[in-house]
Design a protein around this ligand. Structure first.
Ligand SMILES: Cc1cc2nc3c(=O)[nH]c(=O)nc-3n(C[C@H](O)[C@H](O)[C@H](O)COP(=O)(O)OP(=O)(O)OC[C@H]3O[C@@H](n4cnc5c(N)ncnc54)[C@H](O)[C@@H]3O)c2cc1C
Length: 434
């Protein structure tokens, strides 16, 4: 049984002033609230504290400090890569408020809000957040990690649109981070991850998005090499309004998959164009010529809210500024071994962040490659051509956090960490070490 409104939880751990719900090992709610989406992480905290407001988060943080136990924050479990064994795990999911100011084109969200809720609140005003491939992802965790979505080429990383945050610091102080207040902390929060404080409220710009053309088109896998070669040239002139990925994919052999592609190995083209259908079709014509004819074409005019693009499980990721023939051949060969190989085009506004941008790095990356299986030899084949970086949100291994940043940005992040969390209290997840 969970214990609402409790202050004394265990003999050893007390949460003074806590008004949320506490789940202890053995209770029904414990397993449900400690779980992450990552099957490799089986976190066993001493307790899970479901917070109802910033005061609850602070109570849990001070208790972790007082008892010297680990402390971690989880909104949805989509980005949990480290266990919080024996510690206090704060679940922010009940703090899921979403406020939209259509006149200022700004949203203010609680730390538990998911993208689906923000998209739904913004859509009636013809606005959209810079959300990603899944509406179930938490807006705050995503944005702290940079945040790359299907409007990133048009409007940049989600972190570039952040205007201010309310933050609970490691010492228990609550501060506002904005260009005027704690500017260095504000800089770090726009892409530096969750290691600088607990964000209890986040304000960011929304963007006008009316017409959208999106969906998937499927071609036979035999077209893989010529389509990828054409794609490499096509991306050179693609306007910022269009975002695409090429996916080499083995479709499941089940009834939910359309008959034309059921059980087949295909080249899938994923598209989101922020504009009219006719223009999108004209832009895509060279790719259809290289790949076609399509086995199935589900691209269509739709709304941003209805354009769920789906993600790809990530076992191997590389990023490229340019794509030589050797990379094309390696990826086509990898498609023989993997279930899914996703090649995604970036660039556009992501590379034009403005003078006040945060630490998000590797902005000149043209393409990323995600493979869902460990394909022997592939990493070695790709490495000489890759730029060596990664985007924080696509990184599973917290030990490689520094690879998400340029050396200069990482050094500056470490300075901010030393100023705001000198003891390294926030140490679970993708955190910068002081
Ligand atoms: C299916 C799926 C699709 C995805 N698609 C995309 C995509 O299209 N683009 C993209 O950029 N990323 C994408 N991601 C990655 C995702 O953005 C990150 O995993 C992100 O960390 C998830 O945040 P969360 O709050 O939902 O996850 P959680 O597991 O709840 O939290 C992850 C981490 O975020 C930090 N955090 C969360 N809340 C706070 C807070 N209030 N204060 C401080 N730190 C906090 C903590 O470090 C925590 O460990 C996807 C992930 C999945 C599983």
């Amino acid at each position: 049984m969970s214990q609402p409104h409790t202050t004394a939880v265990l003999d050893e751990i007390r949460l003074p002033g806590f008004t949320g719900t506490v789940h202890l090992p053995g209770e029904a709610g414990y397993d449900e609230t400690r779980r992450s989406l990552n099957p490799a992480v089986d976190s066993r905290p001493a307790l899970v504290a479901e917070a109802y407001g910033p005061g609850d988060v602070r109570s849990a943080l001070l208790a972790a400090r007082a008892h010297g136990v680990p402390f971690a924050v989880q909104a949805t479990g989509h980005g949990t890569h480290t266990a919080c064994d024996g510690g206090i795990l704060v679940r922010t999911s009940p703090m899921a408020s979403v406020l939209v100011d259509p006149a200022r084109r700004v949203a203010k969200v609680g730390p538990g809000a998911r993208w689906g809720e923000v998209i739904a609140a913004a859509a009636p005003f013809g606005l959209a957040p810079l959300s990603g491939s899944a509406p179930s992802v938490g807006a705050t965790g995503y944005t702290l990690g940079g945040g790359l979505g299907w409007l990133a080429r048009k409007h940049g990383f989600a972190a570039d649109s952040v205007l201010r945050a309310e933050v609970l610091l490691a010492d228990g102080r609550h501060v506002t981070a904005s260009p005027e207040s704690h500017p260095e902390l504000f800089w770090a929060l726009r892409g530096g991850g969750g290691g600088f404080g607990v964000v209890t409220s986040l304000e960011f710009r929304l963007h006008p998005v009316r017409e959208v053309f999106s969906g998937f088109a499927y071609f036979p896998i035999e077209a893989a090499a010529r389509t990828l070669t054409a794609y490499r040239d096509w991306i050179e002139d693609a306007p910022d309004e269009i975002s695409t990925a090429l996916v080499f994919k083995r479709m499941a052999d089940d009834e939910q998959v359309p008959a034309q592609v059921r059980g087949r190995h295909v080249v899938m083209l994923k598209v989101l164009y922020a504009g009219a259908a006719g223009q999108a079709r004209r832009l895509l014509a060279p790719l259809y010529r290289a790949a076609g004819p399509a086995l199935l074409d589900e691209t269509r005019p739709t709304t941003y809210a209805a354009s769920a693009m789906g993600g790809t499980p990530n076992r191997h990721m590389d990023m490229f500024d340019t794509v030589p023939d050797a990379v094309v051949s390696s990826l086509v060969r990898a498609a023989e071994r993997a279930q899914t190989v996703e090649i995604r085009h970036w660039g556009g506004a992501m590379g034009r962040p403005g003078a006040d941008a945060g630490p998000v790095s590797h902005r000149s990356t043209a393409l990323s490659v995600i493979v869902d299986t460990v394909v022997p030899g592939l990493a070695e084949e790709l490495r000489p051509y890759a730029n060596g970086g990664t985007f924080l949100n696509f990184l599973a291994d917290p030990a490689r956090t520094a690879a998400a940043y340029t050396a200069a940005n990482y050094a500056r992040l470490r300075d901010v960490k030393r100023a705001y969390d000198p003891d390294g209290f926030f140490r679970i997840g993708h955190v910068v070490t002081p």
